[in-house]
Write a protein that binds this ligand. Structure first.
Ligand code: ZN
Length: 265
């Protein structure tokens, strides 16, 4: 045992125990898979599996709004105000728990069943920047953007990637990050790449060969292909077309090296 942390949050006590032990070189199970991240579907796998958005914040938004209004009507620092405040904290903690739980379920399932996971490099920070722009170059869709921003930040894509990275490493697998260029508009059937292939957000239809499929699934298939291409280039020593991106993290425990396992709360 390395250390124990006792903490309190929203009237509940938590104990977190960190242990260290020798582990065998893990042997990953399953094959390779590509993942497309989206708003309508949180994650789509290249084998066709998909996960619904977490949206926990939206679900709790009404309750939170009501609780906040109730608190604003109370006299500051009175007993009723304190009670109202505690109610708000409770809702926040519920939101956090729901998000953490669904993220962990998804990342555990994916890392348990795949030896290699390919995922797009997402520029969430850029995507969630203000749309209003500068005074000399005002942004477009200024009103639509805050909704999208909230949705993106609410998705937990960064946390998803972070969990996937260490869980793949735990099980001896790889997480491969590929550049997002053209993964949504290239036909996995004939290779034709065009923005016209994406007439709607949800549907992909190739203007060249007529191949039709759900757009997120097409994205996931292309992400997997990009991952395979990257490995092929690295093995044969050719400079990868995906230069500038990185292979994520160090992927394997060296034999004999002890790994630190952290037991959750
Ligand atoms: Zn095609």
């Amino acid at each position: 045992m390395k250390n124990v942390t006792v903490s309190q949050s929203c009237g509940k006590w938590y104990v977190s125990i960190q242990t260290e032990r020798e582990v065998e070189q893990p042997i990953p199970k399953g094959g390779a898979v590509g993942i497309d991240m989206g708003v309508a579907r949180f994650a789509t796998l290249s084998d066709g599996t998909f996960y619904a958005p977490l949206n926990s914040f939206k679900r709790h938004e009404t309750a939170l709004c009501k609780a906040q209004q109730a608190m604003s009507r109370k006299i500051k620092f009175s007993n009723n105000w304190k009670k109202a405040k505690a109610r708000i904290q409770k809702i926040h903690s519920r939101i956090g728990n729901a998000r953490r739980d669904s993220l962990h379920t998804v990342t555990t399932t994916i890392s348990k069943n795949h030896a290699m996971v390919c995922i797009e490099e997402l520029q969430v920070r850029n995507m969630s920047q203000s749309a209003s722009g500068a005074a000399d170059a005002p942004g477009r869709n200024v009103r639509a953007k805050p909704g999208l921003n909230k949705s993106i930040l609410d998705q937990g894509w960064f946390e998803f990637r972070r969990q996937l990275e260490y869980k793949m490493e735990w099980r001896g697998g790889w997480l491969l990050v590929v550049p997002p260029q053209n993964t949504s508009r290239t036909c996995p059937c004939c290779g034709h790449g065009s923005a016209d292939n994406r007439r709607t957000q949800a549907q992909f239809m190739c203007v060249e060969c007529g191949f039709e499929e759900n757009a997120d699934l097409v994205g996931a298939i292309n992400v997997l292909r990009a991952g395979h291409a990257r490995i092929a280039c690295e093995v044969s020593g050719i400079k990868s077309p995906a230069a500038g991106t990185r292979r994520s993290g160090s992927f394997r425990f060296k034999p004999g090296l002890s790994a630190v396992g952290i037991s959750g709360i």
